[in-house]
Design a protein around this ligand. Structure first.
Ligand SMILES: [Zn+2]
Length: 372
């Protein structure tokens, strides 16, 4: 089965191709180009729309009333289908590091199920700073323990893709090395620095021990001070580490988004949503909040993040798309199969207009959502 998407504006890693075509053969991208398109079994007219790789949300907890960790498969699938309606073709599920959650999530990893495909698990606890836990309940924060860490790895059985650690906690660097040596569904487990009170030196020690990424830069960590730059200073100053940002207009001031993009570039700054179901936490002033005002995730969607970062971060549409596709794919070691329009890559495709209103989402060659 060959599907041709024609007459669109293709966004490839290096080009914007007006009047381009894209050929999908079963679940892979077969070819793309401009001019006379090849023959196909099915044709999709993308006239006036952008044709881009599907958005990859590395940090999602739930969406629009449904939790990804909900034991109900119906609720889980509802969340992934709603995510797909906003252009998400792949995501990491940010869930609690418990045996029960791992058991619920195991059969869901890697399957599309008519919506966004969940690639793996992202644990933000238990090895974080108690005072920077944000909305994570205190009983989910545990002392650093190699025994507990080994137990978490055993329970997740290769499903853990990313884990957040506060590197300043005593013994944390041994944990970083342990998790970094472990294999996840996309490659080595990504160890992210976050929910932390680390000083600059402690953050650098974490990066030297094997941390490669930062969980929601700026949020849940002390601010940068010019004589005490802290984790934020280390993350912005050191070139290799990648960061994720929440561009909902609530979590971050546009100026700090511009600073992140200026320091890291679009190749090392991911757009994430950190979206939650918001089924039980009220949304106040644009974001879910605990009664004391603490932000508890977001109600952001990836299509709005791509739209917002152009305005907030001063980037082009092509760069914004890269921050939602190729950059997150690189973070988790999946850029060989996802994150860009290239022959041989997974046919995860999204069509949208210039305001990033998504009109079609294709996961593994299957149209999973079609709108206006
Ligand atoms: Zn968090």
């Amino acid at each position: 089965m060959k599907t041709l998407i024609e007459s669109g504006i293709l966004l490839t890693p290096t080009e914007r191709i007006e009047g381009g075509w894209l050929l999908v053969d079963r679940d892979r991208i077969a070819a793309f180009g401009r001019g006379v398109p090849p023959a196909a079994d099915r044709r999709i007219d993308a006239a006036g729309r952008y044709v881009a790789p599907g958005f990859i949300d590395l940090h999602a907890q739930g969406f629009r009333g449904y939790d990804l960790w909900d034991p109900s498969d119906e609720h889980f699938l509802a969340a992934t289908r709603l995510m797909a309606s906003t252009g998400v073709t792949a995501a990491m599920a940010s869930v609690d590091a418990t045996e029960e959650v791992c058991r619920v999530m195991r059969p869901r990893i890697g399957r599309a199920g008519g919506g966004a495909r969940i690639l793996g698990l992202y644990f933000e606890s238990p090895f974080i700073a108690p005072d920077k836990r944000g909305a994570i309940p205190l009983d989910r924060v545990q002392p650093v323990s190699m025994e507990l860490a080994r137990g978490i790895l055993k329970a997740s059985e290769g499903l853990l893709a990313m884990i957040t650690i506060a590197p300043e906690r005593p013994g944390a660097l041994d944990l970083v090395r342990l998790f970094r040596r472990a294999s996840g569904p996309c490659g080595p487990v990504v160890v992210a620095l976050g929910h932390t009170e680390a000083t600059y030196d402690e953050a650098v020690a974490g990066l030297n021990a094997g941390m490669t990424h930062c969980t929601h830069l700026y949020n849940a960590m002390p601010p940068l001070h010019h004589r005490d730059p802290g984790a934020v200073g280390a993350l912005l100053a050191l070139p290799e580490v990648t960061v994720e940002i929440i561009c909902d207009g609530v979590h971050l001031h546009p100026a700090v988004i511009r600073i992140a993009v200026a320091c890291k570039g679009v190749a090392r700054t991911c757009l994430i949503t950190d979206c939650v179901s918001a089924a039980t936490v009220p949304v106040v002033d644009g974001a879910p909040r605990l009664p004391d005002g603490t932000l508890a995730g977001s109600v952001l969607s990836m299509d709005r993040a791509v739209a917002n970062v152009q305005r907030f971060g001063g980037v082009s549409l092509r760069e914004a798309v890269e921050m939602a596709t190729l950059t997150p794919a690189r973070v988790v070691g999946m850029s060989g199969s996802k994150g860009s329009i290239a022959p041989g890559k997974d046919a995860d495709i999204v069509l949208f207009d210039r305001d990033v209103n998504v009109s079609m989402t294709i996961v593994g060659g299957e149209v999973v959502w079609e709108g206006r």
